[in-house]
Design a protein around this ligand. Structure first.
Ligand code: ADP
Length: 265
């Protein structure tokens, strides 16, 4: 992630990131790019992991990328830690550059699932350019959940610091209390899942991110409105997969064979 410095001009970033590996990509191919959209705690991370049932390609979470930098205490981590812990957004240039450097990797050629990006109008505009440049077909999945449910959900949320798996104490607890089902690590509460920070994140979402729904509508990006509450994560995932496949945007061939529906979100 060298050269990922906040404040850098996005076009300069694009120059750095137009390496040979991109030239091998077929520009005419329509590679699915599912944009998981919704407020903090709407289930984007959980659904991103489950969506491998109908979509190949990596889960790209800007929040996870930033937390990895914070754990490593590198330059990006040091610059962004305070903002993230207080529930504020980090700079557009930084996340735009992180995402562009990720989506040019070879494992993205069959599809990508974006989680937590874009979050501002600037990011949406930059992403639109990237989608066209690298031959992706974007579709937005909007997970709709009531704000009071979100506060309850997030304050009961636990995460595995090793594999990133999310649990909910109420609706999706680990098999052994406090321990990740997948790798046995001790689960943690994210610092930004404290109630005061949750309120700040929701307010940032309302002022900076929700307006993107209009932007997507006006720019003709296909959008699927999905109820993100009142059903299990697996049921919500099935609903999303059915919507995406029946839209004809992406063919079923993109599904991962043998994916197991009981995977822990
Ligand atoms: P959530 O969607 O639950 O808020 P994320 O893990 O997506 O959680 O993001 C955690 C934090 O990382 C955000 O509150 C913000 O500080 C930062 N962040 C993540 N993605 C972006 C982005 N696209 N733009 C700006 N800041 C971001």
């Amino acid at each position: 992630m060298k050269g990922s410095r906040p404040g850098r001009d996005a076009s300069a970033a694009a120059e750095v990131l137009r390496p040979n590996r991109l030239e091998a990509k077929t520009k005419t191919a329509s590679v699915p790019a599912v944009i998981l959209f919704g407020s903090p705690g709407s289930g984007k991370g959980t659904q991103a992991k489950l969506l491998r049932h109908c979509l190949q390609g990596p889960h790209i979470s800007t929040g996870d990328m930033l937390r990895t930098h914070i754990l490593a205490q590198d330059g990006i981590g040091q610059q962004t830690e305070r903002l993230i812990k207080s529930g504020k957004l980090v700079s557009d240039d930084l996340v735009n550059e992180l995402v562009e450097s990720r989506i040019v990797e070879p494992d993205c050629r069959s599809g990508i699932i974006l989680d937590g990006y874009p979050r501002t109008l600037n990011q949406a505009g930059v992403l639109r350019g990237m989608m066209a440049r690298y031959g992706f077909q974007p579709a937005v999945v909007h997970l709709m959940v009531d704000h009071e449910k979100i506060v309850a959900r997030l304050s009961g949320r636990r995460q595995c610091p090793v594999c990133g798996t999310l649990y909910s104490l109420k609706t999706n607890p680990p098999k052994i209390s406090g321990i990740c089902d997948l790798d046995g690590a001790t689960l943690v509460t994210r610092e930004d899942d404290r109630e005061s920070v949750i309120r700040e994140r929701l307010s940032q979402y309302e002022s900076q991110t929700r307006p993107l729904l209009n932007y997507f509508r006006e720019s003709g990006v296909p959008m699927f409105e999905i109820n993100g509450a009142g059903a299990t994560p697996d049921e919500i995932m099935r609903h999303i997969c059915d919507s995406l496949t029946s839209s004809g945007l992406f063919d079923g061939a993109n599904a991962v064979e043998g994916a197991n529906a009981s995977v822990t979100p």
